[in-house]
Design a binder for this molecule. Structure first.
Ligand code: NAD
Length: 211
């Protein structure tokens, strides 16, 4: 049970808890204390308790958390049992890698179609998808109302125009890899993935260490 609006900082910690709980569950661990979770995740025990209290707690004083129960709760909180029908626009280098990576399905995202604008790419096969022309995007969305999410792996220049078309066609979430701050109306969730920003953060810490 969720108590009010949970901050983004807390939400961004949940996948890490979930990852460790999968490992603990796979190892057959029955329960874990917030102190042990703290040692694994690097977050403080009180932060972990506070984070989980946002959703109702699940732990018991002096007992800790039941691994299987907490894992199942986090699965529900993160929406993992839902399979989101997902389309990908931009079947280039990154789009191909993402489509071929099976792990995203475990997180609940199933790529059901890929689109590109390049005649040389349209009609080619990536994974189990035949790349369609981006001209068919609106018709496809009309015919497949179950599609809720789009992955954007087009260059920066075309990203906003594609996002606008997706929004107009009724998309609910965009996983955006283009280095562009996309504008989308409230209600459409945009998750920007900035690989280069992450790399520059690494660069900063490497430089700082050597300074
Ligand atoms: N490749 C990487 O490792 C990487 C890393 C970080 C970010 N990115 C970002 O991801 C995006 C894709 O990078 P990439 O290396 O795969 O590029 P790419 O050139 O290999 O692929 C882009 C694809 O998008 C298609 N495309 C372009 N405009 C389109 C449009 N309007 N509609 C439909 N399709 C369109 C192109 O035909 C091409 O097939 C870029 O924005 C890039 O900055 C890529």
């Amino acid at each position: 049970m969720r108590k009010g609006k949970v901050s983004e900082t807390v939400i961004r910690r949940l996948p890490k808890y979930y990852r460790y709980l999968i490992e603990l569950d796979d190892r057959g661990e029955d329960r874990i204390s917030s102190q042990e979770l703290s040692e694994l995740t690097g977050f403080t025990a009180s932060q972990i308790r506070q984070d989980l209290n946002n959703f109702g707690g699940f732990g018991q004083q002096g007992y800790g958390y039941k691994v299987a129960v907490l894992k199942a709760e986090l699965e529900n909180i993160l929406g993992i049992p839902t399979i989101y029908k997902t389309i990908l626009i931009g079947a280039g280098r990154l789009g191909t890698v993402i489509c071929n990576y099976k792990g995203f399905l475990d997180s609940g995202f199933e790529i059901v179609a890929m689109f590109d604008r390049d005649e040389r790419v349209i009609g080619s096969t990536v994974g189990n998808q035949v790349v369609r022309s981006v001209d068919e995007l609106e018709q496809f969305m009309k015919d497949h109302e179950e599609v809720e999410v789009a992955i954007l792996t087009v260059p920066k220049e075309g990203a906003q125009a594609i996002a606008d078309r997706l929004v107009e066609a009724g998309i609910r979430g965009i996983w955006n890899f283009a280095p562009e701050d996309l504008e989308a109306p409230e209600g459409v969730i945009v998750e920007n993935i900035r690989l280069t920003d992450s790399l520059l953060t690494l660069s900063y810490y490497l430089t700082e260490r050597d300074r």
